[in-house]
Design a protein around this ligand. Structure first.
Ligand code: ZN
Length: 655
């Protein structure tokens, strides 16, 4: 068993002030929470700026207190050990618990700065003399980076260092405090650092909780009597399970409304990394975001797929994000332009004030567009992850295989104007890991190298595919379509890659390494095998169905050929691209009819998810509908290995 921590954002709409029993409305409550958050942020900012120096960051990075003992993990206790305590502004009374919250906030900001500083130090130490980094330079840089440093961080910090060097005549920064001012502290109250004397949280029935917090009654409380207990009833969202344990929340304001970020812990069954029979393999597309396919490992060691391409197509959202990014750059340029013009004028000039106002306006708009991009990225990533996990559950898969983002980025391919940022993909991976843990599925990353380059159906990963713009333009070089000259496979490029990923995951189940710190699973070895396509067995439901009688019958209904005479092979060569799966429309008021008789008889494995009806939350996302299908397609169990598949079989035996 493992423990999964999630955070649900709830709203506090009113509160009862405890000694008097007076109910205060949301607006008053928001003002009081704002006062507390302001006090905490002010105290935390004072601690951060007071210790924003190389010497103090060295002490924190060293991790050893003045008494020679290792610093505690909890932020506020570590700062108290170092003597870096928060102090209330003059004339203001705050309890020790409020100071703790401020110290926790400061400790988190400073610890983040220590990490950022290591990244900057690594970049400066390996700064290329002339121009770009070569292969050896990159290797040296990766050797120096702290664990967990992402590519986005490297890119952003490199830009920062380059800007500093440009402004200082080529001189590189010596340390992080040279490069940037003390970071701003978020206006929030981390109640996790306090105890029962500042805040308590308890369940009140199945879907409600009661949060009690001491809030100031005035902006600058001068004595203890200026603080009072506020009791807030909070409605829990349905994502908080009935058995989840509530933890101390974080209070903040969002557009003058009180938001309660409520962490809660749920016990989950940890999925094994091996022994999987049915799995979902996912490929990252340029704009489509996700292309997946289901694969089954037969007893003979073959990987079979059912030929369905599952696709989460976010092209429209990707274009929207591209437009927003362009708008953001435009506003940033405008802001810089107005600021530069205002700086060139004397203060007495009447145009200065106007230019400053314009720069301020551009800055506000810039912030708004940034927030919009962040929100859209996050919503898209979680929607896609939800879809992927629902597909896996509906297809009875027990594992999800995704491409390793590290090897994907190192390859440096898939660039384009309207591409989705790597950050979205990182969030999708995190979200898939989180949602899959809830559903009891294992998520394993497999090496991405060569997944769309080689044929998934023949040659054990050695036959190169030809890439075309479309299946009816075989003479042209393209991107979208893949064709194999040897086995005549002709399919969507991402679908071919998804098949290869499924095979790599299913065949290398005994070469999975689990990171101890993050709990992430990674396949360490590439085991190639071919993927065959097989239809699901006919169920006979149509033959059992009574023919619908319309008007006078003129003759017997022609019989369909018996199911056994149909070929079970799916045509591997398509002459035109398959039409996009838009999901279709169900008549109003009708329940989705996806109950496969076999699935219904055996009982759905994950009934709580109800994956039949899927909504992405976006108007312009085209996602393959989630349909419950049996997982027993392909050759029957204990069947004989067909010719040509012995190679794969032998590899499995070795494993
Ligand atoms: Zn082939």
């Amino acid at each position: 068993m493992g423990v999964l921590t999630s955070t649900a954002t709830c709203a506090a709409l009113s509160a009862v002030v405890e000694p008097t029993g007076v109910r205060v409305r949301e607006r008053v409550l928001a003002v009081r929470v704002g006062w507390l958050a302001g006090l905490v942020a002010g105290m935390a900012a004072a601690v951060v700026s007071g210790h924003w120096s190389s010497a103090d960051l060295d002490i924190l990075a060293g991790g050893v207190g003045p008494d020679g003992r290792a610093l505690p993990v909890r932020g506020w206790t570590a700062l108290r050990r170092l003597g870096w305590t928060a102090a209330a502004p003059g004339g203001v009374y705050v309890s020790d618990r409020v100071r703790r919250c401020a110290e926790e906030e400061a400790a988190r900001a400073l610890r983040l700065a220590v990490h950022r500083r290591q990244v900057v130090a690594a970049i400066v130490a390996t700064w290329p003399e002339h121009g770009r980094r070569d292969e050896a330079g990159w290797r040296a840089l990766r050797g120096l980076l702290p664990p967990g440093a992402t590519t986005a961080e490297i890119v952003n910090r490199t830009r920062q260092v380059r800007a500093h060097a440009y402004a200082h005549g080529g001189a590189l920064p010596r340390d992080l405090p040279d490069l940037e001012a003390a970071p701003a502290v978020a206006a929030q109250v981390l109640l996790a650092a306090a105890d029962r004397q500042l805040a308590t949280i308890a369940r009140d029935g199945g879907d409600r909780a009661v949060l009690r917090v001491q809030l100031p009654l005035v902006e600058y409380p001068a004595r203890r009597a200026d603080w009072a207990w506020h009791t807030m009833a909070i409605a829990l969202p349905p994502t908080v399970a009935a058995g989840a344990v509530l933890c101390a929340p974080t209070l903040r304001l969002a557009r003058h409304r009180v938001r309660v970020d409520l962490p809660h812990r749920t016990a989950v069954v940890r999925a094994a990394t091996s022994g999987h029979r049915v799995a979902l393999g996912i490929d990252w597309g340029v704009n489509t975001l996700l292309t997946a396919t289901v694969g089954r490992l037969t007893d003979t060691g073959r990987v079979v797929t059912d030929g369905r391409m599952l696709r989460y197509d976010a092209t429209a959202i990707s274009a929207k994000l591209h437009r927003l990014r362009g708008h953001r750059e435009h506003l940033a340029a405008k802001r810089t332009h107005h600021t530069a013009l205002a700086a060139g004028l004397p203060d007495t000039d009447p145009r200065t004030a106007r230019l400053q106002a314009l720069a301020e306006h551009a800055d506000t708009e810039h912030e708004r567009v940034c927030a919009r991009i962040r929100h859209l990225n996050k919503a898209l990533a979680w929607s896609a992850a939800r879809w992927a996990v629902d597909q896996a559950v509906a297809l009875h898969a027990s594992a999800v295989y995704v491409e390793d983002l590290a090897t994907l980025q190192a390859r440096g391919r898939r660039k384009g104007n309207a591409r989705l940022s790597g950050q979205v993909r990182g969030t999708v991976t995190d979200a898939i890991v989180h949602l899959a843990a809830k559903a009891g599925l294992a998520v394993v990353t497999v090496p991405a190298r060569g997944t769309s380059r080689y044929c998934p159906r023949c040659g054990q990963g050695s036959t190169e595919l030809t890439h075309l713009p479309a299946p009816d333009r075989p003479q042209q070089r393209g991107w979208k379509w893949a064709a194999c000259a040897r086995c005549r496979l002709s399919t969507d490029r991402d679908h071919a890659a998804a098949m290869r990923i499924t095979a790599r995951g299913l065949l290398a189940q005994h070469h999975v390494r689990t990171d101890r710190a993050t709990g992430r699973h990674t396949t360490t070895r590439v085991v190639e095998g071919d993927v065959a396509t097989a239809r699901r067995p006919a169920t006979g439901t149509r033959t059992r169905k009574q023919p619908v009688t319309r008007g006078p019958k003129t003759g017997p209904t022609p019989k369909r050929p018996p199911a056994s005479k149909l070929s079970r092979r799916v045509p591997d060569r398509r002459t035109v691209p398959a039409p996009p799966c838009t999901g279709g429309q169900r008549p109003a008021g009708q329940e989705p009819k996806n109950h496969h008789p076999r699935v219904a008889a055996s009982g759905p494995a994950h009934d709580f998810l109800k994956p039949q009806h899927h909504r992405t939350g976006f108007h312009h996302v085209h996602a393959t509908p989630v349909i419950c299908l049996p997982a027993d397609f392909g050759p029957a169990r204990h069947g004989h290995a067909p010719p040509g598949m012995s190679e794969t079989h032998r590899q499995i035996q070795e494993v």
